[in-house]
Design a protein around this ligand. Sequence first.
Ligand code: ATP
Ligand code: MG
Length: 424
Amino acid sequence: MKKIQAIRGMYDLLPEQTVLWQYVEAAAMEVLQSYGYREIRFPVLEQTELFKRSIGEVTDIVEKEMYTFEDRNGDSLTLRPEGTACCVRACEEHGLLYNQTQRLWYMGPMFRHERPQKGRQRQFHQIGVEAFGMEGPDIDAEVILLTARLWRALGLDAAVTLQLNSLGSNAARAAYKDALVDYLQSCRDQLDEDSQRRLESNPLRILDSKNEKTQALLADAPCLLDHLDDESKQHFERLQELLNESSVAFEVNPKLVRGLDYYNRTVFEWVTDKLGAQGTVCAGGRYDGLVEQLGGRATPAVGFGLGMERLVLLLEELGLVPDALEQNVDIYIVAVGDTAVNRALQVSEVLRDEMPHWRLQMHCGGGSFKSQMKKADKSTATLALILGEDELANNVVSVKFLREDKPQQQIAIADLVGVLQTAV
Ligand code: ATP
Ligand code: MG
C-alpha cells in the first residue's frame, strides 16, 4: 500500500531539529521577557474576512496564497497566513486595547500556498511581536533594539543588516502612488508582466520587483522619501536618531515596501546575504490604521514577524549551533535482573528529586549487562550507573565514566548525590 506522506511544503521537525528550535525559542523568550512583553495565543483558523480586510484584497497573500475553505456550516475560514490581524482581532474582542498600551508576542505556525523552496514553506513558523497604543518613534526603536538583542544572543549580529524606510501617512502614500503610476505609465511597455499587472492593483509593490529591467527603470522614478508628510518625516528622523544613539547600524532603503497593505510610516527588514533569495529573516513596521480598519478605536501600533525557519537555517549555515544541543542524557542507568530494576527505578527517582536538572535515562527492556552497556555508550550520557547483583548485595552503585579514561568507582547509594554532583 502506498504510504501517506506529509503535505508538500509542510515539514516534520525531528528530535535533532527540535532541540535547535527550542534553543532559539528560549533565547527569544528571554529577550522578550527582558522588555516586558507578554505572550498571547490565538487560533490558527480565522474568518477569511479578517485577512481580506486587513492584509488587503490585492496583495499576493490574499490573491493567491491563502488556505481558504468552507467548513461544515458553509462559513469561509482561512488558516492564518500571518499573526498581526489575528492579534488585533483577539485584542479587540477582549478589550485589551481600551485606554491602555500592550506589548505582546506570539509564536506559531502560519500557512501560505507558495512555491516551496529553501527558506519558503507552506507551513512556516513565526515569532511575532506587536506593541499597541504608542505612537512615537521610541517604541519603533524599542522593537528594533529587541530584535538586535536577539541577534546578539544567537551570535548572528554580524550576519544580518537592518533596512529601514518610511511609507508616510496614508494620504502621503496615496499621493506618492499617483506620482509613481504617472511615471511608470510612461514606460509601461518596458515593465515586466507582473509589474504591469501591479500598476493597476498595487503599484508600490513594483518598487521591490526582482526584475532587473524594471529596477533600472525605477532608478529615475519619483522617490517615496520625497513625498513624506511633515509628521512622518519627523517621526522617521527621530527614529534614525534613536537608533544612531543606540549604535544600531541601518541602511535607509527608499524602495523597501512591505507586501501587506496595512503598513504606514516606519517599515523595516533584517536581511542576510547568507540564505540566497530568501534573505529576509525578520520584517515589520507600523500599522497605525489597522485597529480602526478592523472596527476598533484608532490605535497606533508597531510590530514584526520573524521567520523561524530562516533563523534556524542561518544558524546552521554559519555553524552557530551549540554543540551541547546534541546531548539529551547525562546519566544512563543499567540494571540487570528484576531486583536490580526495582532498586534502580527507586534510585533514579530519588536522584531526579534531588537534582531535577540532571537528565537520567533508565534502561528499559532488560537484556544482558553487555547489551545494556552498549546502549549506554550509544546514548549521549557521560556516566553509567550500574546496578547488578554485587552492587545490590553491598548497597552500592558502580559508576562508569563513558567518555573519560577514569577507573570505575563504587559509591554507597546514600552518598550518590554528593559524589555525582562533582562528576556530572
Ligand atoms: P518574503 O519576502 O519572504 O515573501 P513576506 O514579505 O511575505 O516575506 P512577511 O509576511 O512580512 O513576509 O513575514 C515575515 C517573515 O516571515 C519573513 O521575513 C520571513 O522570514 C518569514 N516568512 C514569510 N513567508 C514565509 C514562508 N513561506 N516560509 C518561511 N518563512 C516565511
Ligand atoms: Mg511573501
